[in-house]
Design a protein around this ligand. Sequence first.
Ligand SMILES: *[C@@H]1O[C@H](CO)[C@@H](O)[C@H](O)[C@H]1NC(C)=O
Ligand SMILES: *[C@@H]1O[C@H](CO)[C@@H](O)[C@H](O)[C@H]1NC(C)=O
Ligand SMILES: *[C@@H]1O[C@H](CO)[C@@H](O)[C@H](O)[C@H]1NC(C)=O
Ligand SMILES: *[C@@H]1O[C@H](CO)[C@@H](O)[C@H](O)[C@H]1NC(C)=O
Ligand SMILES: *[C@@H]1O[C@H](CO)[C@@H](O)[C@H](O)[C@H]1NC(C)=O
Ligand SMILES: *[C@@H]1O[C@H](CO)[C@@H](O)[C@H](O)[C@H]1NC(C)=O
Ligand SMILES: *[C@@H]1O[C@H](CO)[C@@H](O)[C@H](O)[C@H]1NC(C)=O
Length: 454
Amino acid sequence: MNLVALVCWLLAFTNLLIRGESSNAICKENFKLDPRPHSVSILEFGAVGDGKSLNTLAFQNAIFYLKSFADKGGAQLYVPPGKWLTGSFNLTSHLTLFLEKGATILASPDPSHWDIVTPLPSYGRGVELPGKRYRSLINGDNLLDVVITGDNGTFDGQGAAWWEWLESGTLNYSRPHIIEFVSSKHILISNLTFLNAPSVNIHPVYCSHVHIRKVLIETSVDSPYVLGVVPDSSDNVCIEDSTINVGHDTVSLKSGWDQYGINYGRPTTTVHIRNLRLKSPTGAGISFGSEMSGGISDVTVEKLSIHSSLVGVAFRTTRGRGGYIRNITISGVVLAGVETAIVADAHTGSHPDDEFDRDAIPVVTHIVMRNFTGEDIGLAGSFTGIVESPFTSICLTDIHLQTSSGTWVCSNVSGFSDDVSPEPCAELMSTSSSCFAGGSIYGGDTAAQSFYSW
Ligand SMILES: *[C@@H]1O[C@H](CO)[C@@H](O)[C@H](O)[C@H]1NC(C)=O
Ligand SMILES: *[C@@H]1O[C@H](CO)[C@@H](O)[C@H](O)[C@H]1NC(C)=O
Ligand SMILES: *[C@@H]1O[C@H](CO)[C@@H](O)[C@H](O)[C@H]1NC(C)=O
Ligand SMILES: *[C@@H]1O[C@H](CO)[C@@H](O)[C@H](O)[C@H]1NC(C)=O
Ligand SMILES: *[C@@H]1O[C@H](CO)[C@@H](O)[C@H](O)[C@H]1NC(C)=O
Ligand SMILES: *[C@@H]1O[C@H](CO)[C@@H](O)[C@H](O)[C@H]1NC(C)=O
Ligand SMILES: *[C@@H]1O[C@H](CO)[C@@H](O)[C@H](O)[C@H]1NC(C)=O
């Protein structure tokens, strides 16, 4: 197919743009994209898809060229089948990056191909090492309307070298992510496979209206602290219809670290997560925190399958974090082969430095968990709050777990339960429920419906 024919074909079928109603990132049934009016192929910028030639400049030049289309309805950068080795590059607004079936963007394993950048203000330092961090493979900073999609094209982070540098202590800066958007709006990531990430796969931070759907994210089971999707100080996030198997937490909601996160003060809120298949042999299927200093609230999670994992659902925080985790509803969770189904631990996580405020006590409240079933579970649940700020209004209904221990661990927690087996500890069996008061969403049954009216 010649280039003109290819471009016409792309115009007809694959240039996509989120517009109007569907730009709301909260998961919606009628998902619709409009085509971009312009498209170029990475081949036009001299890229070579042999898996050996470095294409960083080709990507940078293509994006620079496509910037001029931002006010003309935007444009698409088409990546044909091939293995496209590259260092990190930036995206631009009103852009679609489309990875054809058989197209793999290969991350260069040479650290000199990755820029070094200042830490995020809400973390104050790199997460893994003090000081700076590597820029992500694909970056969006202050962008609007960006689509990264394809016909199941692949990002391969070639992370094995990074995992080894982390484990051997020879890393100089915190590891890069595959995709990071900072302070951006209206982002869609779909129909893609992510393999071997150096650390986080997809990291939207200070973003609004982020939609992630139909992705497959996979790393080897022993990839250290590799996370799937990390919505961080972001709002209006939808994550749906995806499979994530990684070394550490598959989906982790965060909002900054101790005094840096408290000062930055941007919560993660209005998040809808549904229909995910998750596996995390050394982490959790879904986690909240431990970095949650800007607060995490108004999260609805439905239909998860969590298998072969250390933890199913985790709430993690610690003294010094401040912030809150509240108004969370999780329902329709099927667990199999999970060490601990539910963990809420207020004694987990390290500090960025010694300047944290010991009196900044996090609050964890109004958590509804409903309709969980589990087979081959070790411990049903473990709740350990902080004495000055116990977990409150933890509401468990219709939860049935086949456990080897038959017990729950509870300390500094209070809540309500109904139709839960094995029988929870007395702290979670208060009769007057504060969870279901005042016709709020906490009842669980109306959670999904009310989500759409937010
Ligand atoms: C990428 O974006 C950052 C800021 O967002 C900028 O500092 C850097 O120079 C950009 N890199 C390129 C190659 O354009
Ligand atoms: C996408 O590609 C991966 C391998 O790269 C494969 O395992 C997966 O089944 C594919 N998904 C779809 C929907 O074709
Ligand atoms: C870290 O820096 C040292 C000194 O510059 C260098 O020799 C080493 O290769 C670097 N390590 C990595 C993983 O980049
Ligand atoms: C993704 O693939 C599905 C088919 O598997 C298709 O219906 C959809 O339009 C594609 N694009 C997006 C952006 O989801
Ligand atoms: C919980 O969510 C409901 C519905 O959006 C909202 O009205 C309420 O203010 C939230 N409560 C808290 C404590 O965030
Ligand atoms: C409970 O969750 C399962 C698995 O997600 C789902 O199939 C089922 O419909 C749910 N039941 C109710 C009563 O919501
Ligand atoms: C609360 O936690 C403290 C330790 O942080 C522990 O000493 C105390 O016994 C706990 N209280 C209850 C009621 O479990």
